[in-house]
Write a protein that binds this ligand. Structure first.
Ligand SMILES: [Zn+2]
Length: 115
Protein backbone atom coordinates (compact mmCIF):
# COMPACT_ATOMS: atom_id res chain seq x y z
CA UNK A 1 0.00 0.00 0.00
CA UNK A 2 2.97 2.29 0.56
CA UNK A 3 3.71 2.31 -3.17
CA UNK A 4 0.31 3.79 -3.98
CA UNK A 5 0.87 6.63 -1.50
CA UNK A 6 4.16 7.33 -3.25
CA UNK A 7 2.41 7.49 -6.61
CA UNK A 8 -0.12 10.00 -5.27
CA UNK A 9 2.74 12.14 -3.98
CA UNK A 10 4.55 12.05 -7.31
CA UNK A 11 1.34 12.78 -9.22
CA UNK A 12 0.68 15.80 -6.97
CA UNK A 13 4.20 17.14 -7.58
CA UNK A 14 3.83 16.67 -11.35
CA UNK A 15 0.51 18.51 -11.35
CA UNK A 16 2.08 21.33 -9.33
CA UNK A 17 5.03 21.59 -11.74
CA UNK A 18 2.67 21.69 -14.74
CA UNK A 19 0.65 24.44 -13.03
CA UNK A 20 3.77 26.53 -12.34
CA UNK A 21 4.90 26.11 -15.96
CA UNK A 22 1.47 27.27 -17.15
CA UNK A 23 1.55 30.21 -14.73
CA UNK A 24 4.89 31.33 -16.14
CA UNK A 25 3.64 30.89 -19.69
CA UNK A 26 0.59 33.04 -19.01
CA UNK A 27 2.65 35.63 -17.12
CA UNK A 28 4.75 35.94 -20.30
CA UNK A 29 1.55 36.15 -22.30
CA UNK A 30 0.41 39.05 -20.10
CA UNK A 31 3.80 40.73 -20.55
CA UNK A 32 3.41 40.37 -24.30
CA UNK A 33 0.17 42.30 -23.99
CA UNK A 34 1.85 45.03 -21.98
CA UNK A 35 0.90 43.92 -18.46
CA UNK A 36 3.78 43.44 -16.07
CA UNK A 37 4.01 42.14 -12.53
CA UNK A 38 3.92 39.04 -10.39
CA UNK A 39 0.19 39.42 -9.83
CA UNK A 40 -0.53 37.74 -13.17
CA UNK A 41 1.52 34.73 -12.08
CA UNK A 42 -0.36 34.43 -8.77
CA UNK A 43 -3.66 35.06 -10.51
CA UNK A 44 -3.07 31.93 -12.58
CA UNK A 45 -1.70 30.03 -9.63
CA UNK A 46 -4.68 30.59 -7.36
CA UNK A 47 -7.53 30.89 -9.84
CA UNK A 48 -6.27 28.34 -12.34
CA UNK A 49 -8.33 28.29 -15.51
CA UNK A 50 -10.10 31.55 -14.50
CA UNK A 51 -6.74 33.31 -14.26
CA UNK A 52 -5.80 31.97 -17.69
CA UNK A 53 -9.10 33.17 -19.13
CA UNK A 54 -8.62 36.60 -17.53
CA UNK A 55 -5.19 37.01 -19.15
CA UNK A 56 -6.48 35.66 -22.46
CA UNK A 57 -9.28 38.26 -22.31
CA UNK A 58 -6.97 41.20 -21.51
CA UNK A 59 -6.97 43.86 -24.21
CA UNK A 60 -3.65 44.43 -25.97
CA UNK A 61 -1.92 47.26 -24.16
CA UNK A 62 1.61 46.71 -25.43
CA UNK A 63 1.95 49.75 -27.72
CA UNK A 64 2.09 52.47 -25.07
CA UNK A 65 2.84 50.58 -21.93
CA UNK A 66 5.86 48.68 -23.13
CA UNK A 67 7.95 51.77 -23.85
CA UNK A 68 6.71 53.38 -20.65
CA UNK A 69 7.82 50.39 -18.63
CA UNK A 70 11.32 50.43 -20.05
CA UNK A 71 11.67 54.17 -19.71
CA UNK A 72 10.72 53.92 -16.04
CA UNK A 73 13.12 51.07 -15.34
CA UNK A 74 16.07 52.85 -16.95
CA UNK A 75 15.43 55.98 -14.90
CA UNK A 76 15.24 53.81 -11.80
CA UNK A 77 18.54 52.24 -12.76
CA UNK A 78 20.15 55.68 -12.84
CA UNK A 79 18.88 56.60 -9.37
CA UNK A 80 20.08 53.24 -8.13
CA UNK A 81 23.60 53.85 -9.45
CA UNK A 82 23.62 57.31 -7.87
CA UNK A 83 22.86 56.17 -4.33
CA UNK A 84 24.22 52.69 -4.07
CA UNK A 85 23.77 52.44 -0.29
CA UNK A 86 19.99 52.44 -0.49
CA UNK A 87 19.86 48.77 -1.38
CA UNK A 88 21.92 47.79 1.65
CA UNK A 89 19.75 49.75 4.06
CA UNK A 90 16.22 49.49 2.73
CA UNK A 91 16.01 46.12 1.02
CA UNK A 92 17.23 44.03 -1.87
CA UNK A 93 17.72 45.19 -5.42
CA UNK A 94 15.95 43.48 -8.31
CA UNK A 95 18.51 42.01 -10.70
CA UNK A 96 16.13 42.46 -13.64
CA UNK A 97 14.88 46.06 -13.36
CA UNK A 98 17.00 47.51 -10.53
CA UNK A 99 14.06 48.34 -8.28
CA UNK A 100 14.74 48.38 -4.53
CA UNK A 101 12.31 46.08 -2.76
CA UNK A 102 11.71 45.57 0.94
CA UNK A 103 13.36 42.57 2.59
CA UNK A 104 9.98 41.06 3.37
CA UNK A 105 8.92 40.81 -0.28
CA UNK A 106 9.67 37.57 -2.09
CA UNK A 107 9.61 39.00 -5.59
CA UNK A 108 10.04 42.39 -7.24
CA UNK A 109 6.91 44.54 -6.89
CA UNK A 110 7.72 46.16 -10.22
CA UNK A 111 8.51 43.36 -12.63
CA UNK A 112 7.86 40.19 -10.59
CA UNK A 113 11.41 38.89 -10.75
CA UNK A 114 12.31 36.65 -7.82
CA UNK A 115 15.04 37.48 -5.29
ZN1 LIG B 1 12.18 44.08 -10.87
Amino acid sequence: MKNIEWLYGIALIIVLIIQIVFCFAFKRCAEGKGYYGAKYFWLCFFFGIYGFLYIAALPDNSSGNYQNYHRISSSKLETMVNDDNTSKNNGWRCKKCGKINSFSSVCCKDCGEYK
